[in-house]
Every structure is written in C-alpha cells, then in structure tokens.
Write a protein that binds this ligand. Structure first.
Ligand code: PRP
Length: 231
C-alpha cells in the first residue's frame, strides 16, 4: 500500500463520535470540520494525514469494519456483542461506560429466581438470548423492540427488559429497577483484519498513542478517565 492510502475510521454517530474525536485530537489527529455544529455531513477528510472519517449508526459500525469499508471503527461493546462481526477489538477507550442489565418491576425478581418462562423485550436479542439460554439456562421468549424498551413491562408486553443502564434515571422515572447485571460496557476500538496486516505500522502507531494517552489519563484521574459515572 502506498503512503497516501487513506486510512478510514467509522465512528458511531452522536456522543461517542464527539468523545472519539476529542481523544484523537489529543494524539495529534484532528478533524476540525467534524466539530461543526448542526452539520448533516457524514464523511470528513484530513488530507494532510490521509485520514477519512465517517459517521454511521452504532450497529452498522462493525459491519463497515468487517467488510473493509473502514479500517478502524469506534463502537459500543453492546453493538459488538450483538452484531458478532469478525473484527479485531483492540482497545477499550474508557468512555461511554454503562451496563447491560435485566430490568423490570420489583415483582419480576421472583420470576427470574424460579426460572419461569418469561417474556423479555429488548433491542439486543442476541445478548439477551445468550444470557438467558447459555448463562442462566432459562427458557424465555425474546421480543425484539427498536427503542423505548422500558415500555415493555409498563404496558404489559413483557415481564422484563434487557437494556443499557447508564445513569439509571430512565428506569427510576418509569418505576423499574435493575434486577440482574449482564456485563459492563464501554466504547471500543475495532480494526479490520486485513487492514491490520496491510496497514500494520500506521494502525499500531495509533493504538499505541491512544493506549499511552489512556494510561496517562488513568494515572492523573484514577477514579475515572472521562469524569463519567463508572458502571
Ligand atoms: C438508552 C437505553 C435506556 C437509556 C438508559 O436509550 O436504551 O433507555 O438510554 O440511560 P439512563 O440509565 O441514563 O437513563 P436511548 O436514549 O439510547 O434511546 P432508546 O430508548 O430509544 O434506545
């Protein structure tokens, strides 16, 4: 590959993209255009460093990286687990920390204890199925929803939900609570398997610089790299 081949990053649209750009800026990889407010642009180029960035929906980021449309991706661990794409997960970026949990009304706690056949509403059917079938050995009916999953138990669609809990305020405001914790989550850097070979030097250099920055920040702020609430 020539020196001028663009290295392409797929970033998760929204808050994760902002935090990723701020990390990349700190290791000397700026992309000013990306910070423009209210922009609807999806692709951004840093000509000087031969870098390209594009914004995609979280679940699509591992897809772009697996197929090589992006060399590097930044995405939540939740999407990585759910999508099960063949990519290298190379770095825990330490931000976007939250937890994947089974949540519901207090009365649903008993149903979980006694391994009853219950209904589980979720945006994450793969994660939910793996948790109930393989870890808890409990047969459940999984109902796929696309958002506002907390509605499930409230309107009587499901007994519990499997969803992300960050601050816990969505649960509190809807009279639900965490019943079981499945796993902690945070933003991860992923790399295409072929790119890792073909662009090894450039990619390794980025990973190394990011790792050093994260280690330094962890030393300076031992309680949390990002100032965010820890899961
Ligand atoms: C996520 C998640 C919870 C909420 C948790 O939803 O699905 O609903 O955030 O955050 P909290 O613990 O800080 O309240 P999101 O805002 O992404 O929207 P969605 O419900 O439409 O998926």
């Amino acid at each position: 590959m020539g020196e001028n081949r663009y290295l392409t990053f797929a970033l998760t649209k929204g808050r994760l993209a902002g935090q990723t750009m701020s990390l990349l800026e700190q290791i000397g990889i700026p992309c000013e255009k990306m910070t423009e407010k209210d922009s609807r642009r999806l692709v951004f180029v840093n000509e000087e460093l031969s870098l390209k960035f594009f914004l995609a929906k979280g679940p699509d980021v591992p897809t772009y990286v697996e197929y090589g449309a992006a060399d590097i991706g930044v995405v939540g661990k939740d999407e990585l687990l759910e999508e099960g794409r063949r990519v290298y997960e190379v770095l825990d970026l330490g931000f976007g920390r939250c937890r994947m949990c089974v949540c519901g009304p207090e009365k649903a706690r008993e149903l979980l204890k006694h391994h009853e056949r219950i209904r589980v509403a979720t945006k994450y059917p793969v994660i939910a199925k793996d948790y109930f079938y393989n870890r808890k050995h409990q047969t459940v009916d999984i109902i796929k929803l696309n958002g506002s999953v907390e509605l499930g138990p409230i309107v009587g669609l499901s007994d519990v939900i499997v969803d992300i809990v960050e601050t816990g305020s969505t649960l509190r405001e809807n009279g639900l609570e965490v019943l079981e914790e499945i796993c902690p989550l945070s933003a991860r850097m992923i790399v295409n398997r072929v790119s890792m070979q073909m662009e090894n030097e450039r990619i390794k250099d980025i990973i190394l610089r990011l790792r050093r920055l994260l280690e330094q920040t962890a030393q300076d702020f031992p309680q949390d790299q990002t100032g965010e609430k820890k899961a």
